[in-house]
Design a protein around this ligand. Structure first.
Ligand code: CO
Length: 216
């Protein structure tokens, strides 16, 4: 049997097991999704959001990309964000990075990797903002891991700078934003930063003062 065929077999077994444990499991989920959380994580195969938080289908709306970035021109991310905030009405958004992230490591080097250079540029900018603090650390691993933490914090700020979040904060007092980092060594998530709704931004120039329902 091919390895990919094994995936389909495992899927059948999983579906049967779910129904055995809870006969209404799929029926309940088929017509409605009402997750409380949007998760923005790294695509890394070792950081599966549902598994590491022991959550079930229906509990977390998920967006993943290389190095869990919130890029303000990324239509994919912005579409997910708008849907999660305005339609699903999530209460919390979690940006979860992970130590040892290959995307951040690559961004800290001076190697060219082709098209992904454009994506990694956003992380190089975060390094530039915090270069003094990062360069003071003695080992390469410590420098990369500190940039991973600072990058998560920057992406939380990037969320707060979107009109989507600012509008929801103003009108509904949600969602709360969280920055977390996951350790590949012990599987434990460390919370780094939390921004309750309507927390002032790092600079007032990012705060829109003319948001209306029509603003996108
Ligand atoms: Co990663």
């Amino acid at each position: 049997m091919q390895r990919y065929e094994q995936l389909l077999l495992e899927n059948k077994a999983w579906a049967q097991e779910k129904v055995q444990d809870d006969p209404q499991f799929f029926e309940r989920l088929v017509n409605i999704q009402r997750p409380d959380f949007l998760w923005i994580g790294c695509s890394d195969s070792r950081v599966p959001p549902n598994e590491i938080t022991q959550t079930q289908p229906g509990e977390i709306f998920i967006h993943r990309n290389i190095a869990n970035m919130v890029v303000h021109t990324d239509l994919n991310l912005l579409s997910v964000l708008q849907y999660a905030v305005e339609v699903l009405k999530v209460k919390h958004i979690i940006v979860c990075g992970h130590y040892g992230c290959g995307g951040v490591k690559a961004a800290m080097s001076r190697s060219s990797y082709g098209i992904i250079n454009k994506w990694l540029r956003n992380i190089k900018d975060v390094y530039r903002f915090h270069q003094g603090e990062i360069d003071d650390l003695s080992s390469e691993d410590d420098r990369v891991n500190r940039l991973i933490e600072l990058n998560v914090e920057e992406q939380v700020l990037n969320l707060a700078k979107t009109s989507i979040i600012q509008k929801a904060w103003k009108t509904e007092g949600r969602p709360h934003l969280h920055g977390w980092v996951y350790s590949l060594h012990d599987g434990v998530i460390k919370p780094l930063v939390e921004m309750a709704a309507n927390t002032p931004l790092d600079h007032p120039i990012y705060e829109y003062d003319n948001l209306t329902d029509e603003t996108v």
